[in-house]
Unconditional design. Structure first.
Length: 260
């Protein structure tokens, strides 16, 4: 009797997207960058400093992805500061392994501090991967509390709004939030009130989130560059994020000194 090969695969792995040969080199470069950032996060316990000019009319709050310290956002933050924005980090998230619902108020507290110190500035959230989910949760929640500071919008990079089939390959409860059937993800996707204020930036190939796409109701671009982590340190991704921030805040589309 012939036994179908699929029946030999544990059920939780049957819907995992297979790895395409084009992804192999992307994985290698991606993890080399991530390893350096993890090492720095471990060896450097110092608190982050805000970047850029405090008097900027746009202040950016950078939200890292899962298992990422604030250091992961620093290369992008430096480029955004050179583009003229004031940039803030969220070290209170630690390695960002708490559930999205618990993390959103932590980011909200940073938004409140920035708004209190710079009452005339626009605030934009920039989230990598899980950070984009946290950012959308905060936008949705803040709309229900109009007396609190309201971010102008959110720019996401490599965020799995629909989850990732490859979440099944990794251990840890904090990864289960990225299962496509996760209740948090499906509930967040059903919340459409903030979608018009979200801009999406996607890598060409993302080995962590295969088949990722721009959700209906949001606007975005796809980069020429690939990787889940490496775009955090590339000029192309920074330029796309700067353009998205300008669009959300009504700033001029062109700049004298785009991030290099």
């Amino acid at each position: 009797m012939r036994i179908p090969l699929r029946s030999l695969i544990p059920p939780r792995f049957r819907d995992v997207d297979p790895i395409d040969p084009a992804e192999v080199a992307v994985w290698a470069r991606d993890y080399a960058f991530a390893a350096r950032m993890h090492l720095r996060s471990t060896l450097d316990p110092t608190a982050p400093k805000a970047l850029g000019i405090p008097g900027s009319r746009v202040h950016v709050v950078c939200i890292p992805g899962v298992i990422e310290g604030w250091h992961f956002m620093e290369p992008l933050g430096k480029r955004l500061a050179r583009a003229g924005f004031a940039v803030h980090f969220v070290p209170e998230l630690g390695r960002n392994v708490a559930p999205v619902l618990e993390s959103a108020p932590i980011v909200g507290a940073v938004v409140d501090r920035v708004a209190a110190a710079h009452p005339h500035a626009s605030i934009v959230l920039v989230g990598h991967s899980k950070g984009g989910l946290i950012g959308k949760r905060l936008l949705v929640d803040r709309a229900l509390e109009p007396a609190k500071p309201q971010p102008a919008g959110l720019v996401t990079l490599a965020t799995p709004f629909a989850g990732s089939s490859r979440a099944a390959l990794l251990p840890g409860e904090y990864i289960r939030e990225f299962d496509p059937s996760n209740a948090m993800l499906t509930a967040l996707a059903a919340e459409r009130s903030a979608d018009a204020r979200i801009r999406v930036v996607l890598p060409q190939i993302d080995p962590h989130v295969p088949k990722n796409r721009i959700p209906d109701g949001m606007r975005g671009v796809r980069l020429r560059e690939s990787g889940h982590f490496r775009p955090l340190a590339t000029a192309e991704a920074a330029r796309a994020i700067v353009a998205a921030i300008d669009e959300l805040t009504g700033a001029p589309a062109s700049r004298d000194a785009p991030p290099a």
